[in-house]
Design a protein around this ligand. Structure first.
Ligand code: FAD
Ligand code: NA7
Length: 555
């Protein structure tokens, strides 16, 4: 396949590849391996970070932990890799996940084709040539027939625009871009944000800091994560049964490994309901609590309220100060990404931890020495931590000057909210594939990433076998997929949850569906059907522009 290098009259070097992959997290690493080692393409990877890992490179904050159980927070594509990976805790911390991904990169010799510390700044589709013209932030130019973006769906950090932010003279960090050498011991620390990340960092640092002030905008429902050592016999049993475990996970809805309930919450007695919630609380895991207890917590308001009330009662039991307990108690629907923690609510019983409810008492400004709230109090701080999340899903896309046919930019394409066909392609952007693009599955992500990488690889193979210059989703297919995702989401309570899942966390961002919520099993069936129907919803074009093959329109 093609690879050439030419020096132009400018300083830039132009290099032509079959494919460019952007991002070196779970998605980009596996994609590069598939395209290079299985399809035999010439591939160049670009990654802004100095190393591999993606999420697990950037999120080095204390307490960073996957809340998918260890045995399913990994790749399944290589049985030997699965057997060789040694782990011993139910959940896996950031340093372990990072070393796992570094091991993967070394094992398959992936780093030699990645260029690190290099951001992709622009990618334009050249219609005449049927190639992507790519520019990096080092001023390099290259071209590729295929562009695969594995930019991460929780990767573009969200730093809120709070008055005075730049005046703060202490240390300031965002959890999603955490440096390696931070010491918080003995310092006065403030944390803004109480999402999944906030809960983790707050719980982890409370014992070591002098004073911790938590600025909470919305109280959260959270259950224990239940981390701890896993007995060797259990690990051995998992490794023996791995094929069946992965097959089940890939057929399931959220792919977290537990048995998903189909029992309606209100079909059992109050006593039985409480016992089911208690068992899930004891076992640990936010997704287990939402999807393993009853089948309708995320869809039926009455069931949802029962699950929420159980957590509220736990907060009342755990938190000693009634005023703090009141502030920590969520009142609304239980419909954000389900959270779990390692003792979050109990952390507020510590004498060095205080809670400021910034809905009742908003942040007025940030000063050189701390945070001033509406009541006029200045909370003096040495360190201010933003655990304020991400511009999720499309955040990294709209930062790139990404242009498809007719020079249309992705920002124009998605001005009313990001859309896709199958979570991986968008019409007018030929030969471009997104890993975890908008309206992909809402699950434990590595199995969804693997599903998409394998599907993309097959799709590229199909286009190559047909001698196509390009393959592209039709507008009809994309509209139909968007409508399907919206219909499914409308049957859930998530739209009421005001979170990144619908883009509701970023001021001014259109509030739209960003996930396919019918689960991984259903998603895989859809993908299989598309392939069986000769890539239904895609159009192949050939260089002469004659003999365009139009696949059967999406149904
Ligand atoms: P990422 O790992 O986000 O990698 C994307 C990479 O693309 C980044 O390294 C970024 O630097 C790079 N990039 C972006 N734009 C450019 C550009 N223009 N040029 C060059 N490089 C670029 N998922 C779960 O399933 N279970 C969990 O328990 C879980 N816990 C999480 C905890 C935290 C704190 C966070 C932030 C996320 C968590 N996730 C979890 C989601 C997690 O992001 C995914 O599981 C997975 O790691 C995503 O992999 P990825 O390769 O798609 O993207
Ligand atoms: P989240 O879940 O988006 O949480 C962000 C938190 O920051 C949340 O408590 C927000 O409050 C708060 N926030 C956001 N903007 C502001 C402003 N302007 N002022 C005060 N507080 C603010 O991000 P996470 O990093 O915790 O988790 C994201 C995902 O990554 C998570 O689901 C896992 O999948 C991993 P709000 O609730 O919006 O009122």
């Amino acid at each position: 396949m093609t690879q050439s290098t030419t020096r132009t009259t400018n300083v830039a070097v132009t290099t032509d590849f079959d494919a460019v992959v952007v991002g070196a997290g779970f998605g980009g690493l596996y994609m590069l391996r598939k395209l290079r080692d299985e399809l035999g393409l010439t591939v160049r990877g670009f990654e802004r970070a100095p190393g591999v890992g993606g999420t697990w490179y950037w999120n080095r904050y204390p307490g960073a932990l996957s809340d998918t159980e260890t045995y399913l927070y990994c790749y399944s594509f290589d049985r030997d890799l699965l057997q060789d990976w040694e782990w011993d805790t139910r959940y896996v911390t950031q340093p372990r996940i990072l070393s796992y991904l570094e091991h993967v990169a070394a094992r398959y010799d992936l780093k030699r084709d990645f260029q690190f510390e290099t951001g992709v700044e622009a990618a334009h589709f050249d219609e005449a040539a049927g190639r992507w013209r790519i520019r990096t932030d080092r001023g390099e130019l290259c071209s590729a027939k295929y562009l695969v973006t594995a930019l991460g769906l929780l990767s573009a950090t969200n730093l809120p625009d709070i008055p005075g932010l730049e005046r703060f003279t202490g240390e300031r960090y965002h959890t999603g871009a955490w440096p390696s050498n931070v010491s918080l011991a003995g310092k006065r620390v403030g944390v803004i944000g109480t999402g999944s990340t906030g809960l983790q960092v707050i719980t982890a640092i409370a014992p070591e800091v002098a004073q911790l002030t938590v600025f909470q905008r919305t109280a959260q429902y959270s259950v224990p994560v239940g981390n701890g050592k896993v007995p060797q016999a259990e690990i051995d049993a998992i490794k023996r049964d791995y094929d069946a475990i992965w097959a089940r996970a890939k057929r399931s809805m959220v792919a977290f490994g537990f048995e998903e309930s189909t029992v309606p919450a209100m079909s059992v007695s109050e006593e039985e309901r409480q016992a089911v919630f208690q068992r899930a609380w004891d076992a640990g895991g936010g997704f287990r609590y939402m999807f393993g207890t009853f089948g309708d917590i995320a869809t039926n308001p009455e069931a949802n309220e029962a699950a929420a009330a159980f957590v509220r009662a736990k907060i009342a039991q755990i938190v000693k100060d009634p005023e703090t307990a009141r502030k920590l108690t969520p009142r609304g629907v239980y419909a954000k990404r389900p959270l779990c923690d390692s003792g979050y609510y109990a952390t507020f019983n510590r004498p060095n931890v205080s809670l400021v409810d910034i809905k009742e008492n908003p942040i007025r400004e940030i000063t050189a020495g701390g945070v001033v709230t509406a009541d006029g109090v200045e909370h003096a701080l040495d360190v201010l931590i933003f655990a304020t999340g991400f511009d999720a899903v499309d955040g990294n896309y709209v930062k790139i000057d990404l242009r498809g046919r007719g020079g249309r930019s992705i920002r124009e394409q998605w001005q009313r909210g990001p859309t896709s066909y199958l979570g991986m392609t968008t019409t007018g952007f030929p030969n471009m594939f997104m890993i975890l693009g908008p309206n992909g599955p809402f699950t434990n992500l590595p199995p969804s990433i693997e599903t998409q990488v394998e599907w993309i690889s097959d799709c590229v193979k199909h286009a190559e076998q047909h001698g196509a210059q390009s393959i592209e989703a039709t507008a009809e297919a994309e509209s139909a997929w968007t409508a399907t995702c919206a219909d499914i989401a409308a049957q859930t309570l998530f739209a009421q949850g005001d979170s990144w899942i619908f883009g509701a966390n970023i001021p001014g961002k259109p509030n739209t569906v960003m996930f396919y919520m019918a689960g991984l099993g259903a998603y895989r069936e859809v993908l299989g059907g598309v392939v069986r129907e000769e890539y239904r919803g895609f159009e192949l074009r050939h260089s002469s522009n004659v003999g365009r093959e139009r696949a059967v329109a999406a149904g």
